[in-house]
Write a protein that binds this ligand. Sequence first.
Ligand SMILES: NC(=O)c1ccc[n+]([C@@H]2O[C@H](COP(=O)([O-])OP(=O)(O)OC[C@H]3O[C@@H](n4cnc5c(N)ncnc54)[C@H](O)[C@@H]3O)[C@@H](O)[C@H]2O)c1
Length: 256
Amino acid sequence: MGRFSEKVALITGAGSGIGKATALALAREGAQLAIVDIDRDSCDETLKLVKDHSPYSVSFVCDVSKEDEQNTLYLETLKHFEGRLDIAVNNAGIEGAVSKTADYPLAEWNRVLDVNLTGIFIGMKHQIKAMLINGGGSIVNMSSVLGMVAVENFPAYVATKHAIIGLTKAAAVEYAANNIRINAVCPATIETPLVMDRGFRAGQDKAVYDKLVSLHPVGRLGKPEEIASMITWLCSDDSSFVTGAAMIVDGGYTAI
Ligand SMILES: NC(=O)c1ccc[n+]([C@@H]2O[C@H](COP(=O)([O-])OP(=O)(O)OC[C@H]3O[C@@H](n4cnc5c(N)ncnc54)[C@H](O)[C@@H]3O)[C@@H](O)[C@H]2O)c1
């Protein structure tokens, strides 16, 4: 018996990095999962990993920026779990183009907003409606330390991560009395494909990697499991008085 036995949790972007670590952490503590990702292979791989702990889990391929795909996702998820949804982790996100604001392509701006921000907005509409019927729940939205401060060359990413905190607070105050807690998580730099292979490409350039490390007083980058641990705390009753918060998990990044 874990903290999430008999709970149903949906996680977007669960095929890789932080989402995958969160799926494993929730499954180990008894949750049954809807594993959601745009990439079929990684989605299925995460499902395989959690099945031992979490036999009723299921995976869905869905692009969170597409309203029709999300409509189908929630129809199928709620059918599979007979209307239950206790936990939602809106984690899917992309880094977008690497360019200063004046040169940033409008199409790329729209793509990053569609995935990172509108994807969460559409998802929360479904999640809140299901949780109102179920009598409550916990929603965790993935922001970033770049929802609090900025770096150069990622204007759309920085803008969406700031906006996610605003959306989280807006919905948290609306549904606090309905026993639905809604919080955001703000990690600093975590060793995932988003940072190592794309975005900063820190895995391909030692100087970039070392520069990123130097921004974290702990002297290293974070691990996906260290963010999963904050997310699972927010999903659990251990955080029962926490809502509308933006929880920083950053190895001291924003303290200097
Ligand atoms: N890695 C970091 O340093 C860091 C720091 C702060 C916040 N974050 C945020 O954490 C979240 C997860 O990032 P990660 O580092 O684990 O990245 P990742 O690239 O390893 O994983 C992201 C996952 O999201 C999926 N995805 C992308 N677009 C999607 C879409 N339209 N619909 C559904 N799924 C989609 C990808 O296929 C991938 O499996 C993102 O929102 C990211 O912005 C990451």
